[in-house]
Design a protein around this ligand. Structure first.
Ligand code: GTP
Ligand code: MG
Length: 275
């Protein structure tokens, strides 16, 4: 199989769902690391200046207008549109530290198929989780671990990164905040190699939360039940061989990655940023 990128350097796409995040996007933008090659913003019909601000910050970004509400739908559209070898999802509200993308990508290149952020590992944490949210998340995490044989420490957290070859197994087909749960369960059912990375979540900088602990908690519980009885898209041997070929982390080494003296960072058109 032909390597995904001509220089054996994975292209990294960042998918950002937005709903009225105009004030937060500049804070997020200033921390996005150089490793990110492509930005895909999926807006859920914001009524503030989110789209204009996104266009100004990232003139080369792909900005999608999602007709239907819901973070799950937004991410599904963003994943479809992203062209990277590695896809990272991050919230727009400046609650997640974009610099952590570097450690997520390192774990992917070291052999993981899917890396999930966790606020419960050493060096992770949250100044945002309320007691009720944390209790619900822990209960749901334990339930998933029991039902699907996983050893996750954090189920309902929206900061993840994965190789493109995970997309058919993820097959994101849900509407709302149950999306992280759905993805975490489907990668486990598919037998993908999942790693957790410590992540620190802050309080959103501006604006209101769109999540309702009770109604969204119930949707997440419903997703767990459906996934425990529903279909499984496992990796075939051919899928696994293709994934291993594509998993550049196995073969990648900094010295080999240079191409005629240029560094791997030169290999992709740099993401244009404006102040
Ligand atoms: N496109 C789109 N994005 C959404 C929608 N709902 C939420 N988002 C985005 O999804 C991300 C997570 O939503 P939040 O409202 O921050 O949810 P949360 O992190 O659980 O809540 P807080 O802890 O209070 O921030 C943010 O970037 C939102 O702008 C939606 O219906 N459509
Ligand atoms: Mg948030």
């Amino acid at each position: 199989m032909v390597p995904i990128s001509p220089t054996n350097t994975p292209k990294v796409s960042l998918v950002i769902p937005t709903l009225n995040e105009a004030d937060n996007l500049p804070l997020l933008a200033e921390k996005i690391p150089e490793i990110v090659d492509e930005i895909v913003v999926v807006d859920g019909r914001s009524v503030d200046d989110t789209i204009e601000v996104a266009r100004r910050l990232w003139p080369t970004a792909l900005i999608l207008l999602e007709r239907r509400a819901g973070k799950g739908r937004a991410l599904a559209s963003g994943f479809d549109a992203a062209t990277g070898d590695i896809i990272v999802m991050i919230d727009a509200d400046d609650s997640m530290n974009p610099l952590e993308i570097n450690s997520f990508v390192r774990l992917l290149r070291d052999g993981a198929d899917f890396v999930k952020g966790s606020r419960y590992l050493d060096h992770g944490g949250s100044s945002d989780l309320t007691r009720i949210r944390s209790f619900g998340n822990q209960a749901l995490t334990k339930t998933v671990n029991l039902l699907f044989g996983t050893s996750y420490t954090d189920l309902c957290y929206g900061y993840n990164a994965f190789w493109r070859h995970c997309l058919p197994c993820l097959d994101v087909d849900c509407a709302g905040f149950e999306v992280e749960t759905l993805m975490n369960i489907r990668v486990a059912k598919a037998g993908l190699r999942v790693a957790e990375a410590p992540s620190f979540e802050s309080h959103r900088a501006f604006g209101e939360s769109n999540l309702n602990a009770i109604s969204d908690g119930l949707r997440i519980a419903g997703t767990i039940i459906r996934e425990s009885t529903g279909r499984t898209r496992t990796m075939t041997d051919a899928d696994r061989r293709a994934a291993d070929e594509n998993n550049l982390g196995r073969r990648w080494d900094d010295t080999q990655a240079t191409n005629n003296g240029s560094t791997d960072r030169d290999a992709h058109a740099p993401l244009r940023r404006t102040a």
